[in-house]
Design a protein around this ligand. Structure first.
Ligand code: AHG
Ligand code: MN
Ligand code: MN
Length: 334
């Protein structure tokens, strides 16, 4: 019998805290609270079908999307956890019209970090028992500590992120995150409610055989994307590639990191700016993908260099294995 076991996420966070110069432990506490909220949401996701949590909530968010009950639940859990623990000064969420400024009980706030999140990604999949996720992005505020946060603190380019991650509520629940020192994945043991390090130092292959795109929109795609898809389907070299599209970004990205592949959500005549949101979907995923050795762009330039102008800004997204994304970009340039 062996007593060896993997490191827990809690242990890992404490160990890595020392990697940051002058770290006060604030970022560690922040990631710890996301870990707690993830467990609560994971538990609820696994109850879908047993408790009244599937289906529409009956309202639309600011982007005109139908909110699902679980969107609202996950949003509340993450926000309440972050507020209760008094560890951030501001939160922006897909499900909130505007950013939230957070003050301590005495009205002050000396915290340095803001969190941007997609509390439940792929929520239309929940009703049909398909994986969903959460995405988060963390920045240091740019306005002075102690003052109320402003839009400026949230409208930062992805390169300024100090940490980012996602949680995938799949056949198991996994939390994957980076603080700029590689990407690490932890799997939840639901029996004891603990995340264990299962995927240290995750890397995405430079090449892959999977392309993930909603091909139902094909006729609306830009010519460059159409041509790239024909290239993927051509009988030549290691092609044709295979197509896999779950329809929840987190799950599609997670699979492509593990297996190699490209994910594309381009502009289209239906969605001229793309569909995915720069600040809480594309930037955090881009940070993870780059840390894993991949590439993320808008079809032309690195996603993390895009200067944001709006909280819920949309952007076209090309992301995954480096050589595949570069190939798609070649077609876009033509
Ligand atoms: P969300 O559930 O947070 O609104 O995100 C849905 C997103 C993303 O997860 C997914 O990749 C994409 O929408 C799917 O869009 P289509 O149904 O247009 O393919
Ligand atoms: Mn989403
Ligand atoms: Mn969402």
């Amino acid at each position: 019998m062996t007593t060896e076991r993997s490191q827990t996420l809690g242990e890992f966070i404490i160990e890595k805290q020392e990697d940051f110069k002058y770290s006060s432990g604030e970022l560690s506490r922040l990631i710890n609270s996301l870990r707690l909220a993830a467990k609560v949401v994971s538990h609820q996701v696994n109850q879908a079908g047993l408790v009244d949590i599937v289906g529409a909530f009956g309202k639309q968010n600011v982007q005109g999307e139908q909110q699902q009950k679980l969107d609202v639940f996950a949003n509340e859990v993450f926000i309440k956890t972050l507020i209760n623990r008094e560890i951030v000064c501001g939160i922006a969420s897909e499900e909130e019209d505007d950013f939230i400024s957070i003050h301590g009980r005495d009205g002050s706030n000396d915290n340095k970090y803001v969190v941007l999140m997609d509390p439940l990604d792929g929520s239309s999949n929940i009703d049909v028992n398909v994986s969903v996720g959460t995405i988060f992005s963390i920045y240091r505020r740019v306005t002075p500590v102690g003052t109320p946060v402003t839009k400026e603190d949230f409208l930062q380019k992805g390169d300024n992120q100090v940490a980012a991650g996602y949680i995938v509520y799949g056949s198991s629940t996994m939390l994957v995150y980076t603080t700029g020192n590689g990407v690490h994945g932890f799997t939840l043991n639901p029996a004891i409610g603990t995340f264990f390090l299962s995927h240290p130092n995750m890397k995405i292959n430079e090449d892959g055989h999977i392309y993930s795109i909603n091909e139902g929109n094909y006729v609306h795609f830009p010519q460059g994307v159409k041509d790239y898809l024909k290239y993927c389907q051509a009988e030549e070299g290691d092609r044709p590639y295979t197509s896999r599209y779950i329809g929840s970004l987190v799950s599609d990205i997670h699979r492509n990191i593990l297996k190699g592949g490209i994910y594309i959500y381009p502009t289209s005549t239906k969605a001229p700016k793309g569909k995915l949101r720069l600040l809480y979907e594309c930037n955090p995923i881009a940070f993870i993908i780059e840390q894993a050795g991949g590439r993320a762009s808008d079809g032309y330039n690195r996603i993390m260099e895009v200067e944001p102008t709006e909280l819920h800004q949309r952007v076209p997204f090309f992301c995954g294995s480096k050589n595949m994304v570069e190939k798609a970009e070649e077609f876009m340039k033509k």
